[in-house]
Write a protein that binds this ligand. Structure first.
Ligand SMILES: C[S@@+](CC[C@H](N)C(=O)[O-])C[C@H]1O[C@@H](n2cnc3c(N)ncnc32)[C@H](O)[C@@H]1O
Length: 270
């Protein structure tokens, strides 16, 4: 039956967001840290992100869900100071090592869940960046409200695009299994709209597809939720990847051109 909505602006998008996240098993970011550290070095995501950020050399930036620093450290070279916040000890360890190796001395770190960010604690910064870290946050309105208060100039957020899990979704379809998925970016835009924040939306045009040294590395690509597959399903995943990946004799790598990231930039000016 077609549901009739009198005023679409009164739809409570935040409750749909929470519903989509209800009961999801959070990723173990400590465990994911080494693989993430290795992979981010090869991506064209970073240059797409930096092309969009509006930064000044005197700015202070809050990097929310900073991870292992693949964004934080390059950011620190463009601005006066970066505060990196993350709840994963391992990620922060990688970040601090990376900062030390690159001689970045203007980075401060805060070990804390995003859900606990408060304007009263952080205070004012010029720019807030949340790169790939807000998809699974439940109290999304509360967090966005704090981030909006903290930023004096701009807020830049990237969240999953609809095609981020293309090959993963195809495999789950073969298993008749629901892909571990997140609310779409239209939810996010509408939650902000309901809050009176009228954001800009840009879908990144990323070209780099992933390359792997082995089928095992492809299985552990960070997007297949291996923790949610049985041993039998893992064997089927191996067969699937052997079918869909091509081996390049020159580069000695496995690849599939559809195995690309899809990210949406959501940003607004204060
Ligand atoms: C995909 S990584 C992104 C890292 C980095 N921002 C980037 O784009 O390369 C997601 C990061 O967000 C952090 N994260 C996820 N949920 C979090 C939460 N609720 N509180 C704090 N950090 C969180 C993870 O620990 C991880 O480091």
């Amino acid at each position: 039956m077609k549901q009739c909505i009198e005023n679409p602006n009164e739809v409570d998008w935040a409750s749909y967001w929470r519903e989509r996240l209800e009961g999801k098993k959070n990723k173990d970011w400590d465990k994911a840290a080494p693989g993430f550290f290795k992979r981010t070095r090869k991506e064209d995501y970073n240059s797409a992100l930096f092309d969009m950020l509006i930064l000044d050399e005197d700015d202070t930036v809050l990097d929310v869900g900073c991870g292992e620093g693949s964004i934080t450290v390059p950011l620190s070279k463009k601005v006066k100071k970066v505060i990196g916040l993350d709840s994963s000890t391992k990620m922060i360890e990688y970040l601090e090592k990376r900062a030390k190796d690159e001689g970045a001395v203007n980075i401060e770190t805060i070990l804390k869940p995003i859900e606990e960010i408060k304007y009263e604690e952080i205070g004012d910064v010029d720019v807030v960046v949340c790169s790939r870290s807000l998809n699974a946050i439940m109290p999304i309105e509360e967090v966005l409200e704090e981030l909006d208060k903290i930023a004096n100039k701009y807020v830049f957020i990237t969240i999953f695009g609809p095609e981020n899990k293309k090959i993963e979704r195809d495999f789950d379809r073969e298993l008749n299994k629901q892909t571990e998925d997140f609310p779409d970016y239209d939810y996010f835009f509408n939650i902000l709209f309901n809050m009176g924040i009228y954001a800009n939306i840009q879908r990144f045009d990323l070209n780099n597809y992933r390359e792997y040294d082995s089928i095992e590395e492809a299985m552990d690509n960070g997007k297949f939720r291996l923790d949610l597959y049985s041993d039998e399903e893992k064997e089927l995943l191996k067969d699937y990847l052997e079918r869909i990946l091509t081996y390049d004799n020159e580069t000695k790598k496995y690849y599939n051109v559809k195995d690309k990231a899809d990210w949406i930039m959501v940003w607004w000016k204060k």
